[in-house]
Write a protein that binds this ligand. Structure first.
Ligand SMILES: NC(=O)c1ccc[n+]([C@@H]2O[C@H](COP(=O)([O-])OP(=O)(O)OC[C@H]3O[C@@H](n4cnc5c(N)ncnc54)[C@H](OP(=O)(O)O)[C@@H]3O)[C@@H](O)[C@H]2O)c1
Length: 337
């Protein structure tokens, strides 16, 4: 077989403000690979099927994060084309950290999860609600939020992959759920598909008013930071818990531009607990439980999901920009092959 192109995506510049595809990324097709003869040196060769673009990538792109000229990497799904290790065999579908390139040779000691070959769940979902974003939701609810049936929870960015699972697990566990999102069709999705109790568009409604209408909240799942966090702080019930999962409203701002949270005084007499979440910290404790629970719930239709698929590695920069601007509808997935 003749060598074929092995396209890849590099970081070309550290963005200031929102990334600019033509300036900050370099899509390069100059490398080629012969899939039949490329040496494996005891390792294995994968073809990239799907790549995940996630909000955290914006932080990696800034000065002090990924070095200029480095390959993008993130969670993805790959298929094993050839292998010289017993750990993985030809045809295995793997989930783990992939570089943003079409084909890759890996050393034998690389860690990946082999996905089940059932057709119950499309493989792409394993980078969404059944992957890292879903784990974030599951781990944060179990490890920090301490939800109890009858309590109420407010979830910002509720239609993204993290928010989708937080909302649905909270509903399944007997909580009242309020979600905020940035468009009316996302509101419809939350109410009609995820069947949560209430939802609003934070761009056209007042978050403080919506929280008042809903009643006090026991848990706030914070995906955005900024004024939404201030409004939630005011609405917390006594002994409320705030899971600080993300601050996407400030990811594209300089430290000087960032909104400073004002209402932390509201925590004092209500004895509110606010805790940051880093998904990886909880993997040892909850990963087995997550994989035993969530994919099964998805296969049984008990957990719904929405995906937004962008075709082609060359369009990964646009896909990331969509996420950072709120133009994605559900988990943003790049289909590479
Ligand atoms: N702590 C951890 O370990 C961990 C792990 C994974 C993810 N996260 C965080 O969890 C959050 C959700 O992640 P995801 O993967 O589910 O993302 P996502 O929903 O796919 O992506 C981004 C969404 O954020 C919203 N958004 C964008 N700019 C915004 C702004 N200026 N103000 C308010 N909302 C804005 C948009 O939704 P709307 O249209 O609704 O505004 C957009 O669709 C992110 O903050 C992410 O960084 C944290």
């Amino acid at each position: 077989m003749a060598p074929i192109p092995n396209p890849q995506l590099f970081l070309a510049a550290h963005p200031v403000g929102y990334p600019v595809p033509d300036r900050d990324f370099k899509y390069d097709t100059s490398e080629s690979i012969d899939l039949e003869t490329v040496p494996l040196n005891g390792g294995f060769l994968t073809k990239t099927l799907y790549l995940s673009v996630d909000p955290y990538m914006r932080n990696r792109m800034k000065e002090g994060g990924w070095a200029l000229g480095s390959l993008f990497e993130g969670f993805g799904i790959g298929e094993v084309l050839r292998s010289e290790t017993d750990k993985f065999k030809k045809g295995d579908i793997l989930y783990g950290t992939l570089q943003f390139k079409a084909y890759q040779v890996w050393p034998a000691d690389t860690t990946f999860r082999i996905l089940p070959k059932t057709q119950d769940i499309p493989y792409s979902v394993y980078i969404g609600v059944a992957g890292m974003p879903g784990q974030t939701a599951y781990y944060g609810l179990k490890g920090i939020a301490d939800p109890k049936a009858g309590e109420s929870i407010f979830v910002s960015t509720a239609a993204g992959p993290v928010g989708q699972l937080v909302c649905q697990l909270a509903k399944a566990w007997g909580l009242r759920v309020l979600g905020s999102v940035g468009s009316d069709d996302k509101v419809e999705f939350l109410l009609n598909e995820l069947k949560i109790d209430a939802a609003f568009n934070y761009k056209t409604a007042s978050t403080a008013e919506e929280l008042k209408k809903f009643g006090g909240i026991d848990i706030y799942w914070d995906n955005v930071g900024g004024p939404t966090l201030d409004a939630a702080l005011d609405a917390m019930n006594t002994f409320g818990r705030i899971v600080v999962c993300g601050h996407i409203s400030v990811y594209n701002q300089t430290p000087e531009e960032r909104y400073g949270v004002k209402n932390t005084y509201a925590m004092i007499y209500k004895e509110v607990k606010m805790q940051g979440l880093y998904v990886m910290t909880y993997a040892d404790k909850y990963a087995d439980e997550f994989y035993a629970t969530v994919p099964k719930m998805i296969a049984e239709g008990k957990i719904k999901y929405l995906e937004d698929v962008t075709e082609g590695l060359e369009h990964a920069p646009d896909a990331l920009l969509k996420v950072l601007k709120g133009e994605n509808h559900g988990k943003e997935v790049v289909k590479v092959a």
